[in-house]
Design a protein around this ligand. Structure first.
Ligand code: PRP
Ligand code: GLN
Ligand code: MG
Length: 505
């Protein structure tokens, strides 16, 4: 999941975008980038790494201007090792455009050929976001007739984009000399919202993936961008909005609520924290129907994302909630790290067990989700090493059985521990004495009941139903092949880096 932000102000925006990206860091830890604009000139800095590492003072000084955007990347297409695939992406015509994208296109492979052969556009990376930018540039070229460019023409271009691209996308794009365009896919899979601050110099408008980025930078949350809707914010900070999709419907990605988003964000009217509490509540009901709670001495969360669910579950079954694992706060999120071997090693670097919470006890470990099973397998073993008598494991999300093609990095079935395995086989794999999963309907109810205005929830990795309804076998194969070969490159890239640093030492 990437984090994106865009802002139009009357005062310099470099620090503001940096601060917003720090608030969105949990959504992407592989690369970061900012573009600012002064008149029609763009200034860009992007590189691999976390926000704090990518931007030094000298880079920040070189980002002048009162308009800009930024991104933190967690790759789901293309190559995590390529600096060029860090975002924003730039094209010089029409007008000069820079774009940031959160999501994943399912027809990028077909569009790539079409763009070259028919639209005469050249792409230089494997990123689907570069495809998206070029489709937008092409549509804008067609829509813009006489100058100056009008919001109506911008919306026409977005209508064209919706028709051509498939998949999930939340996008912010800077149009040199005109303003900031933001839009969201017609199914509302990926989140996007906007807010405002009233500065003495005039209004400041910020668009961001999560409300926490608005709040944390002093903006009043105005509303979510509707599915299919586009906002065009002109250089005076005036917001123009139009629905650009033919049949929009709101189906936010359920994995945002399970794991991706920060608990203090509100997405599409749903508090992520409350959704996690609710999932803890329904998981407790499931547990009670599976085993007597009297067999459990203590409930222990697997930090960090599972805490609200574990807390609520413990309260519901009347057992103590204890922090048995300490998290090294300097290790990033392991699920969103590219490469299996890095993920595996990181679990032990990240979490350490405190024996006094485990010794001689029957412990129930709670995680928000079990994806590849790396975390739970290591953790169960660590709980045993710390002296636990029996180790039970519960997941606040149902088994992840199907690949995700909408921007969560689990594109291949084979990497998912629950794919083609029974619960009993998974239990055996992770080495737990019992394994309890949330069920799909309960999860959907726990989240969906918090906003009755939803049309549904995008939950394909749990139920195999792909909301856009147009993902062909060829699309699955293209996404899978690309990510598999990239995975291998990532592994060898990591090895290269490890060898280099060993050599440097
Ligand atoms: O089954 P796996 O493939 O191991 O993935 C699942 C784990 O990954 C995530 O944690 P992560 O460390 O990314 O972040 P967190 O600190 O927010 O929980 C998630 O919360 C699970 O703990
Ligand atoms: N997680 C995301 O939103 C990724 C955006 C884009 N697909 C990329 O790989 O860079
Ligand atoms: Mg976790």
């Amino acid at each position: 999941m990437c984090g994106i932000v865009g802002v139009i102000s009357k005062t310099p925006v470099n620090q503001l975008i940096y601060d917003a990206l720090l608030l969105l860091q949990h959504r992407g830890q592989d690369a970061a980038g900012i573009v600012t604009a002064m008149d029609t000139k763009f200034f860009m800095h992007k590189a691999r790494g976390m926000v704090r590492d990518v931007f030094r003072t000298r880079n920040m000084r070189a980002l002048p201007g009162t308009v800009g955007l930024g991104q933190v990347r967690y790759p789901t297409a293309g190559n995590a090792y390529s600096e060029e695939e860090a975002q924003p992406f730039y094209v010089n015509a029409p007008f000069g455009l820079v774009l940031v994208h959160n999501g994943n296109l399912t027809n990028a492979h077909a569009l790539r050929k079409e763009l070259f052969a028919i639209d005469r556009r050249h792409l230089n990376t494997e990123s689907d976001s570069e495809v998206l930018l070029n489709v937008l540039a092409h549509e804008l070229e067609l829509a813009a007739r006489d100058l100056p460019l009008t919001p109506e023409e911008v919306f026409k271009a977005v209508r064209g984009v919706h028709k051509r691209i498939k998949g999930s996308y939340a996008v912010v794009c800077l149009i040199a000399g005109y303003g900031l365009l933001a839009f969201r896919d017609p199914y509302g899979i990926r989140p996007l919202c906007y807010g405002q601050a009233d500065l003495p110099e005039g209004p400041e408008v910020m668009v961001a993936s999560e409300s926490v980025a608005l709040e944390g930078t002093g903006h009043r949350f105005v509303r979510d961008v509707a599915p299919g809707e586009a906002l065009f914010i002109d250089l005076d900070g005036q917001v123009h909005a139009q629905q650009c999709a033919e049949r929009p419907s709101l189906n936010p990605c359920v994995f945002e609520f399970v794991y991706l988003a920060r608990p203090d964000s509100i997405i599409d009217g749903i508090s992520v924290y409350q959704a996690r509490l609710n999932m803890g509540e329904t998981l407790a009901q499931r547990l009670i129907s599976t085993m007597p709670p009297s067999e459990i001495d203590v409930v222990i969360p697997i930090p960090e994302s599972s805490r609200p669910s574990a807390m609520q579950l413990a309260q519901k079954i009347g057992k103590p909630y204890r922090e048995g694992f300490v998290k090294n706060r300097y290790v990033g999120r392991t699920f969103i790290m590219p490469g299996q071997s890095v993920r595996r090693k990181s679990v032990r670097q990240k979490l350490n067990a405190m024996p006094q919470e485990f010794k001689g006890r029957n412990v129930l470990l709670v995680d928000d989700s079990i994806v590849r099973g790396n975390t739970s397998r290591e953790i169960v073993q660590m709980a045993r090493e710390a002296g636990a008598r029996r180790v039970y494991m519960a997941s606040a999300a149902p088994p992840v059985r199907y690949p995700n093609v909408y921007g969560i990095d689990m594109p291949t079935k084979s990497e998912l521990i629950a794919h083609g395995r029974s619960i009993e086989e998974i239990r055996e794999f992770i080495g737990a004495d019992a394994l309890i999963y949330q069920d799909v309907a309960a999860m959907k109810k726990a989240v969906g009941s918090l906003n009755t205005g939803l049309d549904g929830l995008e939950a394909s990795c749990f139920d195999g139903h792909y909301i856009t309804g147009d993902v062909s076998a060829e699309d699955f194969a293209a996404i899978e092949t690309q990510r598999t070969s990239q995975g291998e490159e990532e592994e060898s890239g990591r090895t290269r880096l490890a060898l280099q640093s060993a050599g440097d030492a």
